[in-house]
Design a protein around this ligand. Structure first.
Ligand SMILES: C[S@@+](CC[C@H](N)C(=O)[O-])C[C@H]1O[C@@H](n2cnc3c(N)ncnc32)[C@H](O)[C@@H]1O
Length: 306
């Protein structure tokens, strides 16, 4: 900007002196990066945690309590995973970081390509890998390098050939356009500083007819400012949760149809333990989020009859 433009002689309200759209966008990018860095630091601590004391969250939160496998198994059975399912993942993959079971709503089929947003130690990726089989493929995305290393080690441990992990942000996926059948995610999108962009990019990478099968924490009423500014509650999957109606609007605006967000009242039982000193369950709950990208097979097609 030239110094003349913003000289005191200029009308202060002239558009050349107000921040340009490009400048505002730059500022947003910087603040989004700061937000992601703070979340990344928290999950790097979880990935490297030797014990519960080094966890990022307030208490038994979605950002982890323990590297004790039996505790994590207990947490996952509360989230809706069966013992049979849990046995399919290599030891160490289940870090007790989820808030639901996206497999339960994903209806995965052999041969499908699945992307897991915020894969963590890879637990849901390994379960999905069993469902899509050798002809399918699972790609786990995570922005925390320490988490990614953990997931890759787990893949080697479990000898998984159809799973890969890529470093990246869920807002800007390292995945080509229209190559994915199903996007799953477990307790991650609430952490994003730019959820609109998450759904826009999910739409980009899905094939026509592709679907979202997500478990996440959502807000039932507006969170008080002190909760929204609490870094522990943000990293703990509560403080940055969006209102159900806002999420629905974002998903529709990205182009999806058949949007369904179903809060799971029973999840308050475990969410309460994430931050016992705050009345978090007055504001947030875990929900399933489903939607479909238009296109693909004509509606109502039943295979051979079409
Ligand atoms: C609560 S943990 C959930 C991990 C996994 N989905 C599970 O259920 O075990 C959140 C994970 O998402 C990752 N994450 C958070 N925000 C992200 C973003 N904007 N882009 C990519 N990864 C992100 C973190 O690094 C962390 O591994």
């Amino acid at each position: 900007m030239s110094s003349d433009c913003c000289s005191p002689l200029e009308n202060e309200t002239s558009s050349c002196c107000s921040p340009s759209e490009a400048q505002t966008q730059q500022n947003d990018h910087v603040s989004h990066d700061d937000h992601r860095q703070s979340v990344r630091d928290a999950y790097a601590r979880v990935a490297n945690a030797e014990n519960a004391d080094s966890c990022c969250g307030p208490e038994a939160s979605c950002c982890g309590v323990s590297d004790d496998e039996s505790i994590n198994t207990l947490i996952s059975s509360r989230l809706g995973y069966s013992e049979e399912e849990m046995a399919k993942a290599p030891s160490g993959a289940d870090m007790g970081l989820g808030c639901g079971n996206p497999q339960a709503i994903a209806s995965l089929k052999p041969g499908e390509v699945v992307v897991d947003l915020g894969a963590g130690g890879g637990f849901d990726c390994f379960l999905s890998a069993h469902e899509v089989g050798e002809t399918g493929r699972v790609i786990g995305i995570d922005m925390t390098p320490d988490m990614l290393s953990k997931a890759r080690n787990n893949a080697v441990k479990g000898n998984f050939k159809n799973v890969e992990f890529r470093l990246g942000e869920i807002e800007y996926l390292p995945v080509a356009d229209e190559t994915v059948d199903v996007i799953i995610s477990n307790c991650v999108i609430n952490l994003s500083p730019n959820k609109e962009q998450v759904f826009i990019d999910a739409f980009r990478v899905l094939k026509p007819g592709g679907r979202l099968a997500i478990s996440d924490v959502v807000a039932t009423i507006e969170l008080p400012e002190e909760m929204r500014n609490d870094e522990m509650l943000i990293a703990g999957c509560m403080g940055n949760a969006s209102l159900i109606e806002d999420l629905e609007a974002m998903i529709k605006a990205a182009g999806f149809k058949n949007v369904a967000i179903n809060p799971k009242g029973e999840s308050k039982e475990f969410i309460r333990d994430w931050a016992p000193d705050h009345n978090v369950t007055d504001y947030v709950v875990s929900a399933t989020i489903e939607a479909v990208k238009p296109g693909g097979e004509p509606d109502g097609c039943c295979g051979s009859c079409c």
